[in-house]
Structures are given as structure tokens and as C-alpha cells.
Design a protein around this ligand. Structure first.
Ligand SMILES: Nc1nc2c(c(=O)[nH]1)N[C@H]1C(S)=C(S)[C@@H](COP(=O)(O)O)O[C@H]1N2
Ligand SMILES: [Mo]
Length: 212
């Protein structure tokens, strides 16, 4: 026979105390420290490169069996998917229900066939920006190389023709104007990671800065 009295007392004590700190947000859609927006702000280094579809290409290189170089037509011919996710910026805004269309990063990487020692990637962008991810994070099934959002082609200010979207990381990992994905064995910090942003950038752990 369980000791009901003890169990009930323990439960009441828990309810009185409320959820332990850090737990409040774990059931919510909004990560700690974030504010919900609906206006999809623009954040970048201030350079919006003009990349015409004729000049555009996307390269997957480094530790791969088969280097991939896609022009616009070849990219469009890959299996297209739609993925709805929430977008969290380290500057504390989040927008829900972003409907991205494009190619799953995993499908793109499958064409290149990563070598066994490939563990990390650098995303290279047309504005000179870089950011890094583990190969594992890039291969997550919600990571998309997107050409459209919310029913329209990506505008230049949001990274068109094509950007990466990594919903489980703060948005600085979602490289706009994506130009190349480079695979390597070792981790190479990108633009913000070299300037004190957290290497992992998980909004659910509030991994904003590396020296918090
Ligand atoms: N190429 C490139 N990608 C970038 C950036 C950038 O400066 N250059 N800024 C990053 C940052 S800090 C954020 S918060 C998001 C913002 O995306 P948005 O402007 O579409 O909201 O893009 C990320 N991707
Ligand atoms: Mo950002």
C-alpha cells in the first residue's frame, strides 16, 4: 500500500512552489527570454548581395565523395519540401509558423556523400558571412535550403535566392544568400562564433554567448 499522504503532500508542495526555474518554458512554444513578433525583422551585416538566378550556384565541397555544384535549374529539379517551423533570433524576437519551401539539407548532402571523417560544416554566403554547424545538426530533418517563405520567393533582404534554415538553432546559424556548404573533420567557428556567440546556439538552452 503506497503512502498516499506523503505522495499528496509532496504534490501539493510542488504545486505551491511552481515549476522550477528554467522549467517554465519547456512546455511553451516560446523559448526563455524571447518575445513573439509577426513582422519578420531583417538582421544581417548590412550588405544585401545581388545574386541573379543566372549567376547563382550552390556548392557542396570539402570532405565529400562527390563534389556538388548546382545551378538554379538543377536545384529546382531536386525533391522539394515544405516545412513549417518557428524562428528564434538571439536578439530576442521569435516568429511562429514560418512556412519554408525548398530542398531538405539532408537530401542535398546525400548527393555529395559525406566522407566518414566529415563531422562539421561551414556555411558560406554571398555577402562573405560564414557560420558553422555540426554535420549532425545540418542533417536534422527540419533543416531546409529554402527558396520561399510564407508563400512567396525569398526576398533579397531575407536571403534570396536561397538561404539555410535551422529551426533548432538561433537564427544566426540560418545563413542567408547561401553559396556553399563545406565539410570538414574539425569545427571551424564562423563570423559570430569567432566574436563570442555560442557555438551551439540552442534557443531552448539560451545558448546566446559563449562566456555567459
Ligand atoms: N549571409 C548572412 N546570413 C545571415 C546573416 C548575415 O549577416 N549574413 N545574419 C544572421 C542573423 S544574425 C540573423 S538573426 C538572421 C536573420 O534573418 P532575417 O534577416 O531573414 O530575419 O540571418 C542570419 N543569416
Ligand atoms: Mo542575429
Amino acid at each position: 500500500m503506497p503512502d498516499w499522504k506523503k505522495l499528496i503532500e509532496a504534490k501539493i508542495a510542488l504545486a505551491r512552489r511552481g515549476a522550477p526555474p528554467g522549467k517554465q518554458h519547456s512546455d511553451s512554444r516560446l523559448p526563455a527570454g524571447q518575445t513573439l513578433v509577426t513582422n519578420f525583422p531583417v538582421l544581417d551585416l548590412g550588405v544585401h548581395p545581388e545574386v541573379s538566378l543566372e549567376r547563382w550556384s550552390l556548392r557542396v565541397h570539402g570532405l565529400v565523395e562527390q563534389e556538388v555544384l548546382l545551378d538554379w535549374q538543377a536545384f529546382q529539379a531536386l525533391p522539394q519540401i515544405e516545412d513549417i517551423s518557428d524562428f528564434h533570433c538571439v536578439t530576442r524576437w521569435s516568429q511562429f509558423d514560418m512556412n519554408w519551401e525548398g530542398v531538405r539539407a539532408r537530401d542535398l548532402l546525400a548527393l555529395a556523400q559525406p566522407l566518414a571523417d566529415a563531422r562539421h560544416v561551414t556555411l558560406h554566403s554571398y555577402d562573405g558571412y560564414t557560420t558553422n554547424l555540426s554535420l549532425e545538426a545540418l542533417l536534422d530533418d527540419d533543416v531546409i535550403v529554402a527558396h520561399s517563405v510564407l508563400g512567396a520567393p525569398l526576398s533579397k533582404m531575407h536571403g534570396g535566392p536561397v538561404r539555410l534554415v535551422v529551426p533548432k538553432r538561433y537564427a544566426w546559424k540560418s545563413a542567408k544568400w547561401l553559396k556553399a556548404i563545406e565539410l570538414h573533420a574539425e569545427d571551424r567557428p564562423g563570423f559570430w562564433e569567432e566574436r563570442g556567440y555560442h557555438n551551439e546556439a540552442d534557443p531552448w538552452k539560451e545558448e546566446r554567448f559563449s562566456r555567459d
